[in-house]
Design a protein around this ligand. Structure first.
Ligand SMILES: Cc1cc2nc3c(=O)[nH]c(=O)nc-3n(C[C@H](O)[C@H](O)[C@H](O)COP(=O)(O)OP(=O)(O)OC[C@H]3O[C@@H](n4cnc5c(N)ncnc54)[C@H](O)[C@@H]3O)c2cc1C
Length: 459
């Protein structure tokens, strides 16, 4: 951008910021709002942050952004992994974390109405008091917001049985790029009047509107759960076991795979001996009235591939098995900067995907550790770089590109749950094709002709 254009934009951003109620231009606040947890390092800081406390605050900020031609970047809790809420010079961040009230929790209808800044775990804690739960459970549950979950169509471990965020959102209240309020969906479990604008908004990465309220579906907490874990000689055997579980026609509530290098990292962090016991680990859980019977089938499907199968029938033992999976990311973070990918492949091709990832690591010299939501075919290849190295440029970027090509070759996708953001745009056309991308651009232009909301991200 020309220098004159930059200073004109800065002037207009300053006017916007001075007209809003709660804002900051403090460098520390701008720096905190400049990126997310993807490892992306922005070249500049946003001009300021608007802290919305009400729907009116959002409407005002969006209207001012539209009238001043200033790009606005919606931000939840900033835990995203695709740089989708990153912002730079000439942009203003719209922080929604202060809109954090649970407005209604109806245990009879099993519905909650929440503001976007409510944390995923807070909603679950409130639902638990009524014997209910909110199914989407990103590993970041304690730190990510419902608004961000909706904007990324977030997933998690329980999605194996209960689906991603899309399956738990009934309706939305959204502020559009021109400041109008749009209500989508409904409070009923079923309803098909009109186009499904709720689905359109879910996963739109802050680019089609700002979510200011969500009506969410809660579910009865399972009466019982059964948990098992198994060790395997190598990751290909674990992936084959996961495919056998799917083929056994049962519905695990979670099925998580951890590869050998990740087990080693966990051992280093926790002092455990997982790697000695196997070259890969698979964790399965079933829930509901038939949990034990389903677990018998799951364990039976896994056994031919495994060197050791462990079953946990009480919550304490189950928690000990779950810990291995939960500690994967924190353990890797002790080794260096981590970039968490999320390619998806058809479930029967999991073994080819993990082998392909190992080959990419060997070819590029980039350290790749893999865990996977095996029941969804959703892999998390995690690139770990040493201090000073970039996770988004150089060899890491080459490895990232190769991962996407691997996913595509196997009939899969760039992103199973984290979104496109800034980091995956280079490979977007490859997956979507010209027609799909044109239609998506047309939708975006129709809703935001001035490109006010989160420009340069997602599609
Ligand atoms: C340790 C760790 C583990 C993780 N595990 C998982 C996992 O298991 N599954 C998973 O899916 N993700 C996971 N994530 C990624 C991240 O937590 C999710 O993408 C989450 O949904 C982001 O929520 P957020 O509130 O932090 O959103 P942000 O990072 O603030 O924003 C993400 C996107 O949402 C948009 N946005 C935010 N709020 C709104 C709003 N109200 N209206 C419109 N747009 C909005 C932003 O513009 C941006 O495009 C993990 C992250 C970390 C750090």
């Amino acid at each position: 951008m020309e220098t004159d254009a930059v200073s004109a934009l800065a002037g207009r951003a300053a006017e916007l910021l001075s007209a809003c109620r709660s804002t900051s231009t403090d460098p520390a606040d701008r720096s905190a709002a400049a990126t997310d947890r993807s490892g992306f390092v922005p070249a500049s800081l946003p001009d300021g942050v608007v802290y919305a406390e009400s729907v009116d605050d959002v409407v005002q900020a969006v209207r001012l952004a539209a009238s001043h031609g200033v790009p606005l970047v919606p931000r939840g809790a900033g835990t995203g992994l695709a740089a989708a809420s990153s912002a730079g010079a000439g942009e203003v961040v719209l922080d929604l974390s202060r809109m954090n009230r649970i407005l209604d929790l109806d245990p009879v209808e099993q519905i909650a109405v929440v503001e976007p800044g409510v944390l995923n775990a807070e909603l679950n804690a409130a639902a638990a008091g009524h014997g209910l739960f909110y199914a989407p459970d990103p590993a970041s549950t304690a730190i990510c917001s419902i608004g961000g979950n909706i904007a990324t169509n977030a997933g998690g471990m329980r999605c194996a049985k209960y689906g991603v965020t899309r399956e738990s959102v009934l309706g939305l209240r959204v502020v559009l790029a021109d400041g109008r309020e749009l209500r989508t969906g409904r409070r009923t479990i079923k309803g098909v009047t009109g186009y499904d604008l709720t689905a359109l908004m879910i996963g739109s990465e802050g680019a089609l509107g700002v979510v200011v309220e969500a009506t969410l579906r809660l579910r009865p907490a399972p009466v019982t759960t059964a948990t098992a874990a198994a060790f395997f000689p190598d990751v290909a055997a674990a992936a084959a076991a996961a495919s056998a579980v799917i083929a056994a026609r049962i519905q695990p509530s979670l099925l998580e795979l951890v590869d050998g290098p990740t087990l080693e990292a966990i051992d280093l962090a926790l002092g455990t001996d997982y790697r000695r016991r196997g070259g890969a680990f698979l964790l399965g859980q079933t829930d509901g009235f038939g949990a034990q019977a389903e677990m018998d089938v799951l364990a039976g499907a896994v056994e031919p591939f495994a060197t050791e199968v462990l079953r946990a029938d009480d919550p304490v033992a189950a928690e000990a098995l779950l810990a291995a999976r939960r500690e994967a990311i924190p353990s890797l973070e002790k080794l260096g900067r981590v970039s968490i990918g999320d390619i998806g492949v058809p479930r029967g091709r999991l073994a080819e995907a993990v082998t392909g990832l190992q080959e990419i690591s060997e070819r590029t010299g980039v350290r790749i550790f893999t865990i996977a939501h095996a029941a969804d075919g959703n892999l998390h290849p995690m690139i770990v770089v040493r201090p000073g190295e970039s996770v988004t440029e150089g060899p890491a970027k080459t490895a990232l590109g190769e991962m996407f090509h691997l996913a595509k070759r196997l009939g899969g996708t760039l992103t199973g749950e984290h979104g496109v953001g800034l980091l995956k745009r280079d490979w977007l056309r490859d997956e979507l094709g010209d027609v799909s991308l044109d239609v998506q651009h047309a939708i975006r232009r129709a809703l935001d002709p001035q490109a006010i909301l989160n420009p340069g991200k997602a599609i």
